[in-house]
Design a protein around this ligand. Structure first.
Ligand SMILES: Cc1ncc(C[n+]2csc(CCOP(=O)(O)OP(=O)(O)O)c2C)c(N)n1
Ligand SMILES: [Mg+2]
Length: 413
């Protein structure tokens, strides 16, 4: 003991964010990692140890000059790239309109995917149409890839009579059975171990059906993430496990979520091939997810991916990021904007123009507004109609338990 009874240990500290309001954010300039840096191992024979560099580097395809190169270039044709761009634009414009609806009192709550559009879109495009999707609230975009009608999505956000889940969930916490899109859970992280369990069932049944799931950086500090990884490591089911490191968990910086070097490398300790991928690079995301799907199909088990990105908007409509981070932090992000980067690449290869882009944006916006108007014919937030009270008792149990039946009778519905 030193004088005054104090110990000699370092003082206890809680990690804090590197930049706060008023600071100049600095992420070290353009990425040092380049598209040609990393090899593409054979997905069927690859051992986790072969992905050491991939977990510590950054898988990129789109270079700073907007060209695509390197071993991870998926060589997609222009038609597929334009489809990817269109879907990302649709998600962004939809989000933009819906947050305005929330601000004007027409929705109770909303969450955008701003700056993270490439994730759900590119990764879902790389899957088979019947693969299971276990999303967080930041991947509603997967539904656009699988063709969900926007009217149905908006009806859910309003919670009107055509809400397919009858007002049981918060807005944006979608469920969509026909699209193999599992209900988004409010308690964060539950989807991770569920996804592994469903993948184990697919393997057991011999189905060629893979499962994909995502958690955020903050959520990866929870037990669910580690339980999922451990089961995936032992049983080697066909599952793609993503940690979306968007730097923030509401107002908590990601450096509170792991004391490790990064998020990707944690998968190596579980013996699972692990990749750190530029989450604003549509092509890199598509390519690594295809690799993981090929591995799953071959019965070789899970792939772990850190999607390295930045949450450009607020956490939700209830959040004000200007009180905990610099206002221009997202503009300093070296990964740029995912939609803009794919657009520039398409222009670079001569498959797109600014004019076409503007025309498409207008067309999508018109479609979103028409969908909103149609959704309101089934009820709006202020006036309803809403799902009838009787639906509290339906669609949850196949055989209604006696106590629920009793409650229903008491309510007289
Ligand atoms: C179990 C649980 N704890 C806390 C919350 C409140 N909460 C909702 S989102 C969130 C932050 C999650 O951040 P992250 O995992 O990084 O995901 P992101 O929002 O950045 O995509 C928290 C703490 C919750 N919904 N569930
Ligand atoms: Mg986060």
């Amino acid at each position: 003991m030193t004088e005054g009874g104090k110990g000699t240990m370092e003082p206890y500290t809680v990690p804090t964010a590197p930049f706060r309001p008023g600071d100049e954010a600095d992420f070290g300039g353009p990425w040092k990692e380049q598209p040609g840096d990393l090899s593409r191992p054979d997905p069927v024979t690859c051992e986790a140890s072969e992905t050491h560099d991939h977990a510590h580097g950054l898988v990129r395809v789109l270079g700073d000059d907007d060209t695509a190169s390197g071993a991870w270039n998926p060589e997609l044709d222009a038609e597929t790239l334009i489809k990817g761009l269109e879907l990302m634009m649709r998600l962004r414009i939809f989000d933009d309109r819906m947050i305005k609806m929330q601000r004007t009192g027409k929705l109770s709550f909303y969450m955008r995917s701003l700056g993270e559009e490439a994730i759900a879109i590119a990764q879902t495009m790389a899957l088979d149409d019947t693969d299971w999707i276990f999303p967080s609230y930041r991947q509603p975009g997967a539904q656009f890839v699988r063709g969900r009608d926007m009217v149905s999505m908006i009806c859910h956000c309003i919670g009107n009579t055509e809400d397919n889940i009858r007002g049981r969930q918060m807005p944006v916490h979608y469920s969509w059975k026909e699209g193999y899109f599992i209900s988004i859970s409010s308690p964060v992280g539950t989807q991770f171990s569920q996804a592994v369990g469903v993948a184990m069932a697919s393997a057991y049944k011999g189905d060629d059906q893979a499962t994909i799931t995502w958690v955020g950086d903050g959520t990866s500090a929870q037990g669910d993430y580690h339980y999922g990884l451990n089961f995936a490591s032992v049983f080697k089911p066909p599952v793609i496990l993503n940690v979306v490191n968007n730097q923030w968990a509401i107002s908590t910086h990601r450096n509170v979520a792991t004391g490790g070097e990064n998020f990707a490398a944690r998968g190596l300790a579980y013996g699972i091939p692990s990749f750190r991928v530029d989450g604003n690079d549509f092509l890199a995301l598509y390519s690594v997810t295809k690799w993981a799907r090929e591995r799953a199909r071959a019965g070789k088990g899970a792939t772990h991916i850190e999607v390295y990105t930045y949450r450009a908007g607020g956490h939700s409509s209830s959040d004000d990021p200007s009180i905990y981070r610099p206002g221009d932090e997202s503009e300093c992000w070296p990964g740029g904007d995912p939609v803009d980067r794919l657009k520039k690449h398409l222009i670079e290869i001569g498959a797109w123009t600014e004019k076409k882009d503007e025309k498409l944006a207008q067309q999508i916006d018109d479609e979103v507004m028409a969908a909103y108007k149609e959704a309101c014919t089934f009820g709006d937030l202020a006036n309803g109609p809403y799902p009838p009270a009787s639906t509290i008792f339906t669609e949850v149990y196949e055989t209604v338990p006696w106590h629920v039946q009793e409650q229903r009778e008491e309510l007289g519905k």
